[in-house]
Design a protein around this ligand. Structure first.
Ligand SMILES: *Cc1c(COP(=O)(O)O)cnc(C)c1O
Length: 326
């Protein structure tokens, strides 16, 4: 007999995640207060928004009798590692479909090696096949779903980045952990697929706003629409509480220009927090930019969501495999 799943066990996430005040004279001079919502500390293996987004999906998977999770990601995907670790903890087998067939025979990078250590079965596909598969999934193509099932058996399918309506509703939870939000509050997060921003924006109390910072280049054309679509499907309405800044991707996913690196290093030194570069540093760089441009009025309080921890440093990171990239 199956017991109802308790997603608080067995991973035992640290919830609510801590909130850190970040006193900063430069911001104080401009009348802006900054604090960090340390979601990166939720769990060492399933941290940040990956926990928030997976928790309701794990529950749904188990409730629907699934024993296997199937998902998609790139060579360094935080989501892939998180699914592998969460699946292992809940006794679900996991399959990761990985973009880039050239990776199949290359030495595993640290990120994929970790996923495999947690028992994830990796399947490497060409970039075009990957794109086609994601498109088919997005459209709910029945032929594609059948082919996936034939290949992998019955599985609970999580889209790339783990974003679906349940995931967005999971990230709304972080706003519930900030009961003091109100007018003058701005909650900021990095935006990959938009699931995290969608959940935050939908949960804000009156007067508070959310600003997301896109980490992908060229996302102006579709990303805002995807957030709006999550709102429509998950909440049955639109929200006027949010917007996306598209000027801080630093040249594209995984790109860290010298200016951004310098900003991140300065922030780390000043505040004693290491910053994940692909998402978190870009978001904080963007917050800094908004203040510089006078777009955050004096009296604003920024709650910046630290959506994940930095990559490991040293031998583990450089041991093997390809360089980080899209
Ligand atoms: C995956 C990830 C994001 C992107 O979240 P979306 O919900 O896809 O927008 C942001 N920050 C970190 C650290 C991540 O790992």
């Amino acid at each position: 007999m199956r017991r109802p799943i308790d997603t608080a066990a067995p991973l035992r996430p640290r919830l609510p995640s801590p909130v850190w005040d970040v006193p900063d004279p430069w911001l104080a001079d401009r009348g802006v207060e900054l604090r960090l919502k340390r979601d990166d500390l939720i769990h060492p293996l399933v941290p940040g928004n990956k926990w928030r987004k997976l928790a309701p999906n794990l529950r749904a998977a188990v409730e629907r009798g699934h024993t296997r999770l199937l998902t998609f990601g790139g060579a360094y995907s935080h989501h892939i590692r998180a699914v592998a670790a969460a699946g292992a903890a809940y006794g679900l087998s996991t399959v990761g479909v990985i973009r880039g067939d050239e990776l199949a025979d290359a030495p595993r990078n640290w990120s994929l090696a970790r996923a495999e250590e947690h028992g994830m079965e990796l399947a490497f596909v060409t970039r075009s096949a990957y794109r086609e598969t994601l498109r088919g999934l997005g459209e709910g193509d029945p032929g594609l779903l059948r082919r996936l099932e034939e290949r992998w058996g019955r599985a609970y399918v999580l889209p790339e980045g783990g974003t679906n309506v349940l995931a967005a509703q999971g990230t709304a939870q972080l706003v519930a952990e900030l009961p003091d939000l109100g007018p003058g509050d701005v909650v900021c997060c990095a935006v990959g697929t938009g699931g995290t921003l969608a959940g935050i924006a939908a949960a804000l109390p009156a007067g508070a706003r959310a600003v997301g910072f896109a980490v992908l280049k060229g996302a102006e054309g579709y990303l805002d629409g995807e957030v709006a679509e999550l709102h429509r499907r998950g909440w049955g309405r639109a929200f006027g509480t949010w917007r996306i800044e598209h000027g801080y991707h630093g040249g594209g996913y995984g790109r860290v220009p010298p200016e951004l690196e310098a900003f991140a290093a300065r922030f780390e030194e000043r505040h004693g927090v290491r910053l994940e570069r692909r998402y978190v540093a870009k978001m904080l760089w963007g917050v800094h930019g908004l203040v510089e441009r006078g777009e955050l009025a004096p009296g604003s309080r920024v709650t910046a969501v630290v959506t994940g921890p930095p990559d490991p440093e040293g031998p583990e990171a450089s041991a093997a495999g390809t360089r980080p990239g899209p």
